[in-house]
Every structure is written in C-alpha cells, then in structure tokens.
Design a protein around this ligand. Structure first.
Ligand code: ATP
Ligand code: MG
Length: 452
C-alpha cells in the first residue's frame, strides 16, 4: 500500500524535513518536502497527495491555516500534525477541525509509520464512500451541468415544460446536449416511469424510418417476414424523442403530423388505425424555418412540434460552464484511485477554445487527455487542441513524430474532406466512402464534425 502513496512533509526545520524524507523514502513512500505553509498550499494545489505531515508552528502561514485550506480544497488529503510536546492541546484542537491525528516531536518512527498507514487506509475508505454516494445521488440529481445564466434559463423552461403535455422542440448546434435535455424533460415529467424511446430520423432510409416508427404488418414489403410493433406503440404512456427531425423526409412528414394531431397511426401494410399516447420531443441542429422556405419541412408540422421551443446555446456562448463541465468529465472518467486535475494553463486554454463540437467535443477532449497525460495533472499538450499543436510547434517542442497522426485523426480528416466535397450530402458521401449512412452519422457524431 505504502509504495504508491504520496507524502508531503511541511516543516520550517529543514534538517527535520531532510531526515524524515530519507526515512520515508526508505519505507517506499514517494516524498516531497516544503519548508513553509505557503509552499505547502501551492504544492497541494498542483498535485494529489495522500498524506500531509504538517508542522503546527510556522512563521507567516501557520499549520492551522494550511489545514483550513486543505479541508476546503482537498478534503480527502489526510493531515497528520507534527507538534512539540508543549503544544499538544493545540494539536488536539486541530484534530477536531479535521486533521487525522497528531504526532509529538521528537517522534517515534514506528508510531509515525503506523499513523501514516492508518491515514492512508482512512483516505481510501473515504474515497470509496464518496463514489458510492455519488452513484446513489446520480439518479436523483439533475444531470444537466451548468451554472451560466444561459443554461439555467433553458433548465428553468425545461422544468416548466416537463409538467405540461405539450410537444417540445429542442434546437441547438451539434453536441450541445439536446438528447440529454430531452431525457431531462422526460425524467422530470409525470411520464418518467414510462419509456423514453429514441429514434434518429437521419439514421435510416425513409421506409425503414416509417416502419421503425409505426411498425408494419407481415408481408407489407419484401423483407417483412413477421409483423412488427412501431416505436410509437412501445413508447405508449411515455416520451418519444425524434432526433434530427429536420432530416425526416417530406413524404413521411404528413404521417407524423397526423400522429401528432390525434395520436393515430397505421402500421405499414395495415388498413386499420391504431392509437398511442405519446409525448413527442423533437431535436434539430437545422434552422427549420429555412428548411420550410426550401420546401424541405412542413410548416404545419413545425407548428405542431414547437409548442414549446428550448434553445441550447453553443458552449462558446456560455464559457463559464466550460471548466465546470471539464471537471465533471474528469471526475466521472478518471481512474478511481488517481483522480486527475487540470493545470491552470490547461484551464486557460480550454476557456479560450471555441468548441465547434460543443459539450461532446469537450467530453472527448477530456477523455483523450486522461489517457495521454503521464501524471495526475492534465497539461496543455495533453489536450491535443488545434491551438495546442500550434503552441508546441512554435515553442520548438515538436519533433518528427508530431507529423505522424493517429489513425483516428486521419479518418477524421478524410471524412471532413469527403463531406465538404459533397456539400455535406450524407447520402452521397456515405455512398462514395462505401459505408452505410448510419455509420457515417455515427462517425460524424464520434468526431463532433460540423459543417463550417
Ligand atoms: N449540460 C450538460 N451537462 C452534462 N453533460 C452534458 C451536458 N450537455 C451535454 N452533455 C454531454 O455531452 C454529450 C453530447 O450531448 P448530446 O448527445 O445530448 O448532444 P446533442 O445536442 O444531442 O448532439 P447531436 O446534435 O450531435 O446529436 C453527451 O455525452 C452528454 O451527456
Ligand atoms: Mg443528439
């Protein structure tokens, strides 16, 4: 256990620091020493330690001040107070404030090691309990992260619309959280115990979308060997989320319109009407009014859908949510035993980046950075942002390997080239690339590609 553990020793007595360090290194701990409270605070800010051995009496910033900072900043860091025999009362006071224990100087080395190991056990237990707590709370809490006034406005409207039965249209650029918001509305609605069913209107050809949505009877078309229930039936009593509704073909739109008007529909190949009680939430990253002008979308369908419109702002217009979201992704994606943190310059870089792929792009950037970072601090070069690459090159840190791109990067570049060539016509692009339109859509999503 002790081998992986990081100890920070803070004492203004440099000789004592030196001796302690030597002894602890021998025991297999990783050790760093600082000679004052101010340096201890800086060290805690930049690295995750397991245990802090903290002198009580120091000039300028006292042990008590350091403990106060640690309690707020790194509550799982275990602090062991090093104190003179004469000051034990004060040390006891600090254990009441959150320090793990105290050791009086001159210390007995065996007792010190025993206390350090106990402190490490305590920390591990604390981390485990926090994770369990989070998992339990996750189902109760809202999953929409953000404190910017822009996102809070959307969440407030979403809460109101959750209580109503009206259809909802969610607008927003790719990766802004449209599906998450639709789920949020469902979870907070009286329908929350019933199914939340998702269909992506762009993922399949027309006839398949119709059969997915409304079902079909046996023999309705060549491949219809058995009859099949539609998603509107499966979603009965719940919510149907129509993703990328702007991509629905103009021939299918009247059938959806009829369903929205009176809840009635027909399976393909059937002559009788069925009905289902479904609340519909549509999402689009297109400007539907423009689609109407171009005869790609029915005006009456838009008016049925957008009884309530929720517009998710792009991430670059709510910059104060960037670090909150980044830390959220770090927390849920870092390995449990070594949570990672962003260095201040990484934070700056993220805050100043535009995120054309919005929250999904940020999510991917953090996930990749966790894998590529060599220690528990995420540095700017771990992010692999276009701006970082430039920075690395201009500071002459590059070598010939910078030019050798990972396979995924090459696929991404090739996809953008092909999509641009066909003016983002997905059908033509997927045909030329020899992949299904569904695969193309999932790759566009995976790499957070957007039309510039
Ligand atoms: N406010 C948020 N809080 C936490 N996670 C978020 C938030 N917004 C988006 N995400 C996460 O970002 C990712 C993308 O979100 P989502 O799939 O909902 O976006 P979208 O707008 O539907 O994207 P697309 O247009 O590409 O379909 C998901 O992993 C989602 O959980
Ligand atoms: Mg989506």
């Amino acid at each position: 256990m002790s081998k992986e553990s990081n100890i920070l020793v803070c004492d203004d007595d440099e000789t004592l620091c030196y001796l302690l360090k030597e002894q602890l290194l021998e025991e297999g701990f990783a050790v760093q020493t600082v000679y004052g409270g101010k340096d201890a605070i800086e060290a805690v800010k930049s690295k995750n330690y397991d245990v802090l051995l903290l002198d009580l009496k120091m000039k300028e910033v006292s042990g008590e001040d350091v403990l106060k900072f640690v309690s707020g900043h790194s509550p799982s860091l275990q602090v062991i107070i090093l104190t003179a025999e004469s000051d034990i009362d004060n040390a006891l006071k600090l254990t009441k404030m959150g320090a793990f224990y105290y050791i009086s100087k001159p210390y007995n080395f065996d007792t010190l090691i025993l206390t350090i190991n106990r402190a490490i056990e305590n920390k591990n237990l604390l981390v485990k309990t926090t994770i369990l707590d989070k998992q339990i709370n996750k189902n109760i809490q809202s999953d929409m992260i953000g404190t910017s006034k822009e996102i809070l406005k959307v969440i407030m409207l979403a809460n109101k619309s959750a209580k109503s039965e009206s259809n909802v249209l969610i607008e927003g650029e790719t990766g802004t959280g449209k599906e998450l918001l639709a789920e949020y509305v469902h979870k907070n609605s009286p329908r929350s115990e019933k199914p939340f069913v998702v269909i992506n209107c762009a993922s399949l050809p027309d006839q398949l979308i119709e059969s997915e949505l409304f079902g079909h009877e046996r023999g309705a078309f060549t491949d219809a060997k058995t009859s099949k229930q539609g998603l509107v039936e499966i979603a009965d009593g719940g919510t149907l989320f129509l993703d990328e509704i702007g991509e629905m073909s103009i021939t299918l739109q009247p059938k959806l319109l009829r369903f929205l008007e009176n809840g009635e529909y027909r399976r393909i190949g059937s002559v009788s009407n069925l009905s289902s009680d479904v609340r519909v939430i549509g999402a689009t990253n297109k400007k539907l009014l423009e689609e109407i002008e171009n005869n790609n979308f029915r005006r009456d369908l838009l008016f049925r859908l957008n009884v309530i419109t929720l517009t998710l702002p792009p991430l670059r217009e709510r910059k104060e949510d960037i670090l909150l979201l980044a830390n959220h992704f770090l927390e849920i994606k870092s390995p449990i035993r070594s949570p990672k943190r962003l260095s201040p310059s990484t934070e700056d870089l993220l805050t100043n980046y535009d995120f054309p792929g919005n929250v999904r792009e940020l999510d991917h950037i953090i996930e990749r950075a966790i894998i590529f970072s060599s220690d528990d601090i995420i540095k700017p070069e771990d992010l692999n942002l276009p701006t970082t690459k430039k920075m690395i090159q201009s500071s002459n840190m590059s070598n010939e390997f910078t030019e050798i791109l990972p396979m995924e990067e090459i696929e991404k570049i090739h996809l953008v080239k092909a999509l641009d060539f066909f003016d983002w016509d997905r059908a033509k692009t997927s045909y030329k690339l020899g992949i299904s339109i569904k695969t193309l859509y999932s790759k566009i999503k995976k790499y957070s590609l957007t039309q510039q």
